[in-house]
Ligand binder design. Structure first.
Ligand code: ADP
Length: 466
């Protein structure tokens, strides 16, 4: 495989060390990736700091034009980027194509947002004008489940607003991100976009760096809390997109076959490694057996294979640590309920077949904690109030779904869920123009849309006398 470099101050540089990147479908090393040390981290932040005055001083149209060129190049290199993403992340190739093409679309859409000055109030004494100005150096830290989409939710608004960026991908999925970093570097002035790679050891040095003004982080709730602690002494701005334990509430009037298909997709998408995946399903007792039977059949039919194989629906878990954790959670779930599926494959690779856990109690770990894998616990309820209370009985509050023929009842249920978003009879209906963010310990702040852009700015209110 071709070589990979860190991007620091407009240059492609070798890491202080290298580290292997593993294909999770084969467990073979696919590339040696540069690994930065703290000196290189500091150089990246210094470059971003130095590039900030000129970049933030450009008209927004010039910054936008640079970003659009990156979207163009991503689209032109769709095949190469998608193959690389499948090789390091594991997802089926068609899903990798969707991620890369979708990310280019998000990039283009977000680059076309604007930050106009706006009059907030005007009377005979004068007017209040709202302005938005950039913060400085932004640290963008991303996880391994959607390495590119999650990067391109952060970087375009950060840069469009006039900030400069130091990005850090997850150590197990750095390669496609490094290719995209090269593109930003090619189309933008030196130092505006920098990328370093670590072995999970530089995150806190980056977030705590005194010249980093804002941290935009997507990852686990546990690490999100560390990020928040590390920025507290300087009161830095943060946006946190963290874990979820999203409930699906299935009412008594559904078609079990249709709803099971939707629940299955919502739970197993990306092998369950999605913050917004359906992590628990509460199904009315009158539908419970029928829905569980359909889910079990879908689990049996699912095609789990290496992402490059034609027809593969689900790839491996992305890394060994996650594979071990999910296997352990499935084994534990068997003590609390009936597990259907969930077998590993007898070959190299971190493959786990989709699992349904039925007749399980609320106290099981697989219900209480985010599994982040292809396992769906299905819980029974008789009273809707009880299902809603159980769905809300968690520290997490990312998303949720309600499934019902009666949309008015569904909307009533949606209005009682303590989450940042709820979809009725659909799942992950996301677009770059709609801002989103989690409730409770699922996050802080918003991404996408105008609010997502404004999170990379400071609001300045100016009073102009009449
Ligand atoms: P996981 O536990 O599944 O690896 P994390 O939330 O820890 O998920 O990882 C998400 C991103 O956060 C990765 O890029 C990771 O390297 C980074 N990271 C890990 N530890 C820290 C930290 N203390 N501060 C900032 N980022 C971190």
């Amino acid at each position: 495989m071709d070589s990979f470099h860190l991007v620091i101050d407009g240059k492609l540089v070798d890491g202080a060390q290298t580290m292997p990147v593993i294909n999770p479908a084969t467990e073979a090393s696919i590339a040696h990736c540069p690994r930065a040390d703290e000196v290189q981290l500091n150089a990246a932040v210094a470059a971003a700091k130095a590039a900030f005055p000129a970049w933030s001083g450009l008209p927004i149209e010039e910054r936008r034009a640079g970003l659009i060129k990156v979207a163009d190049e991503m689209e032109a290199r769709l095949d190469e980027l998608s193959r690389l993403l499948t090789a390091e992340q594991g997802k089926p190739l068609d899903k990798a194509v969707e991620e890369i093409a979708g990310s280019a679309f998000i990039l283009r859409a977000l680059a076309n947002l604007d930050l106009p000055e706006r009059t907030v109030q005007e009377d005979e004494k004068g007017r209040f004008v709202e302005q938005r100005y950039p913060l400085g150096v932004v640290a963008a830290i991303t996880p391994w489940n959607f390495p590119i989409s999650l990067l391109l939710v952060k970087v375009p608004p950060a840069l469009l607003a006039g900030n400069t960026v130091v990005a850090k991908p997850a150590p197990t999925t750095p390669l496609t991100s490094l290719r995209i970093a090269e593109m930003f570097n090619r189309h933008l002035p030196a130092g505006v976009f920098n990328m370093i790679v670590d072995a999970n050891d530089l995150g806190s040095a980056l977030t705590a760096h005194p010249d980093v003004a804002k941290v935009s982080f997507t990852g686990s709730t546990a690490t999100g809390k560390k990020v928040m602690a590390s920025v507290s002494s300087l009161l830095k701005r943060i946006t946190l997109e963290l874990g979820g334990n999203d409930a699906a509430i299935v009412l008594d009037d559904v078609d079990p076959k249709e709803v099971a298909k939707n629940l299955f997709e919502g739970a197993m998408v990306n092998s369950g490694q999605v913050c917004l995946a359906i992590k628990r399903a509460y199904v009315h007792a009158s539908q419970y057996d029928a829905v569980c039977d359909e889910l079990a059949e879908l689990a049996r039919l699912a095609v789990v294979d290496e992402g490059t194989q034609q027809g593969a629906q689900y790839g491996p878990l992305q890394n060994k640590a996650q594979y071990d954790k999910v296997r352990e959670m499935i084994a534990e779930a068997a003590d609390h309920g009936r597990v259907i599926g969930g077998e590993t494959l007898d070959r190299p690779g971190y493959f786990i077949r989709p699992a349904i856990v039925r007749d399980i109690d609320d106290d099981a770990r697989i219900v209480r904690e985010e599994q982040f894998g292809p396992v769906l616990p299905v819980l029974r309820y008789t009273e809707l109030d009880d299902a809603i209370a159980r769905a809300n009985d968690t520290d997490q509050g990312l998303g949720g779904t309600v499934w019902a023929k009666d949309k008015a009842r569904a909307l009533d249920v949606a209005g009682r869920l303590e989450t940042g978003m709820v979809w009725i009879n659909s799942h992950m209906n996301i677009n770059p123009f709609i801002s989103m963010g989690g409730a409770k310990q699922s996050g802080m702040g918003q991404e996408l849309g105008q609010s997502g852009l404004e999170e990379f700015t400071q609001r300045r209110l100016v009073f102009v006398p009449a």
